[in-house]
Structures are given as structure tokens and as C-alpha cells.
Design a protein around this ligand. Structure first.
Ligand code: CP
Length: 307
């Protein structure tokens, strides 16, 4: 059996193009399972997984939990709100107490960049990073590239623009790594204040005009403005952001080609995307969510075999 080169999924930066292809091929098989009347396989019947979320989530948390249940794993869920974290317990103590209950794998979301990397030096269980602050969100990038592959046949050679708040986005960084490893050309587009100063060093194109970015690309992955991570004002108002960077269906229909519209969610409708764009035939946003379950099943299955 082919194996991943890592025993934790901490970020896309740490894995190879071969790892990504293996995850995609495994996810293809699990997607077939998910389309069957009986959507469950016994693959992780003896494995217990804890979903440990120190930050809000809808898609990622539910998608991991469903993936684990479809694989027949035992699942426990921890949310920092309402927990003993509020009484001063440390991250390491919290996780070690969960592991003492004979848990095999940890899926963790945390607001601090590097939190899962820190844990990986102190615990033996496999760790999956479900988003660490502004750093990486590897399973999101995997499901995004998998969705491009599904829609366009391949990721290699495709032009993908990531539009919006790149500075605060873990999705952007993980997508840049994944898309480049798979042979896509990557552009970022947004106000200069929302692009990291080092961004060109990652080998991406930079565009400030959203209409030019849309005219260039095959795929536009649109991000929300992460107001909760912003300590200062990066643009005058949301209204002005929408005026210059908001995308509506008229803009997409006016292009002389079809492009694919993506968004990792949650969407702020009327800010970065109008409802008529988000719900248009250009959009594969709900396909991304659907594919998230198969991708997470593949990641968990492959990591479990590295125990
Ligand atoms: N895309 C994503 O990470 O969404 P959630 O924050 O709802 O998990």
C-alpha cells in the first residue's frame, strides 16, 4: 500500500505532490462510497478521534465528524467554549487529558499559528491541522484543488486567482502551496493593505484590479474579509471594499470565457460576493463542501495507517 510521507497533516508546505495525488486517489474511492446507499465503511473501526476546536467552525468541524463516522471511527468533540480552558488549563494539559482517554488521533483548530506543530513535538497521536490562525488550513486547500480537478479535469496548467484578504488567510497560504505543487499558476488579488509584504517571494503573480484578475484566470477563489483578525483598519469601509473588489454575476457573465467561482465559506453575501454570483452556474461552492468529506476521509484513513 502507498503511504503518506508524514504522520501528521500540519500544513501543505510539509507534504509532497505525490502525497497530494495519493490523497486525491483515495478521496476518489471514498467519494464513490459516499454516493452509495450505504455510505459507511469499517476502515477506522478500532480508531478513536477527538475533534478539538478552540475556534468557531461550521464546515470543517461537521465535515471531519461526518468523515470520521463514515469511516466507523469512534468520535469525541471538544469545544473550548464551555470547557476547563476557561479555568486556565493549558493547551498541552487539555490535549494530554483527552489522550489519556485512549484517543488515537487529534483534529485541531486553534487561533494561534503553529499550535498543532507545537503539539506534534509533545504527543504521540496523529494530528490533523483544521486551521491554525492565519497560518495554514491544509484540508481546505486539498478539497479546493480536488474540486478544481473534478471540474476542469486537472489542476496542472490552470490559472487560479485568490481574491480578497490574503494577509489574514490560512486558506490562501495553503492554497498557494497546494496549487503550485500541482502545477497551477497562482495570482493573488486584493487591496495592497491586505496582501502580505513577502507575497511575491512565494512565486505568485500580484494584481490589484479585480476585473483584470478575472479576465486572466480559469478559477477565482474568493475569500471573505476576516474582520475578527484585523487589529486596525485596512480599508475605509466594507462598502468601499465591495465597490472595488466585490464580484457579482454581471462581471462573471461579461467575461469572454467561462470561469469557475469558488469560496471556502463562510460567505459574507453582499461584501466579497453578491448572492447572484454565489448562487450562479459559475459557482462550485457547495461542491467544495461535498468534496470536503471525501478528502477528510482520505486524510484520516491514510494517517491512521501511519500509527
Ligand atoms: N472553510 C472553513 O474553514 O469554514 P469553517 O470556518 O466554517 O470551518
Amino acid at each position: 500500500m502507498q503511504e503518506l510521507s508524514v504522520r501528521h497533516l500540519l500544513g501543505i508546505k510539509d507534504i509532497t505532490a505525490e502525497d497530494i495525488q495519493l490523497i486525491f486517489e483515495t478521496a476518489d474511492n471514498f467519494k464513490d462510497v459516499l454516493n452509495r446507499p450505504i455510505k459507511k465503511v469499517p476502515s477506522l473501526r478500532d480508531i478513536t478521534i477527538a475533534n478539538v476546536f478552540f475556534e468557531n467552525s461550521t464546515r470543517t468541524r461537521l465535515s471531519f465528524e461526518l468523515a470520521e463516522k463514515r469511516l466507523s471511527a469512534d468520535v469525541i468533540n471538544f469545544s473550548s467554549s464551555g470547557s476547563s480552558v476557561k479555568k486556565g488549563e493549558t493547551l498541552l494539559d487539555t490535549v494530554n487529558n483527552i489522550l489519556a482517554m485512549k484517543v488515537d488521533m487529534i483534529v485541531m483548530r486553534h487561533s494561534s499559528p503553529g499550535a498543532p506543530h507545537f503539539l506534534s513535538h509533545h504527543i504521540n497521536a496523529n494530528i490533523v491541522n483544521a486551521g491554525d490562525g492565519t497560518h495554514e488550513h491544509p484540508t481546505q486547500a486539498l478539497l479546493d484543488s480536488f474540486s478544481i480537478r473534478e471540474k476542469l479535469g486537472d489542476v496542472a496548467g490552470k490559472k487560479v486567482v485568490i481574491i480578497g484578504d490574503i494577509l489574514h488567510s490560512r486558506v490562501a497560504l495553503s492554497n498557494i502551496f497546494a496549487l503550485q505543487k500541482l502545477g497551477a499558476e497562482v495570482m493573488v488579488c486584493g487591496p495592497v493593505t491586505l496582501l502580505p509584504k513577502y507575497i511575491r517571494e512565494l512565486g505568485v503573480k500580484v494584481e490589484f484590479d479585480v476585473r483584470k484578475a478575472l479576465a486572466w484566470c480559469d478559477v477565482a477563489n474568493v475569500l471573505r474579509i476576516q474582520l475578527e483578525r484585523q487589529q486596525m483598519k485596512y480599508f475605509p469601509s466594507l462598502r468601499e471594499y465591495t465597490l472595488y473588489y466585490g464580484i457579482d454575476k454581471k462581471m462573471l457573465d461579461s467575461l469572454d470565457k467561462e470561469i469557475v467561482l469558488m469560496h471556502p465559506g463562510p460567505i459574507n453575501r453582499g461584501v466579497e460576493l453578491s448572492s447572484d454570483a454565489a448562487d450562479s452556474h459559475h459557482s462550485i461552492i457547495l461542491n467544495q463542501v461535498e468534496n470536503g468529506v471525501a478528502i477528510r476521509m482520505a486524510v484520516l484513513y491514510l494517517l491512521a495507517s501511519k500509527q
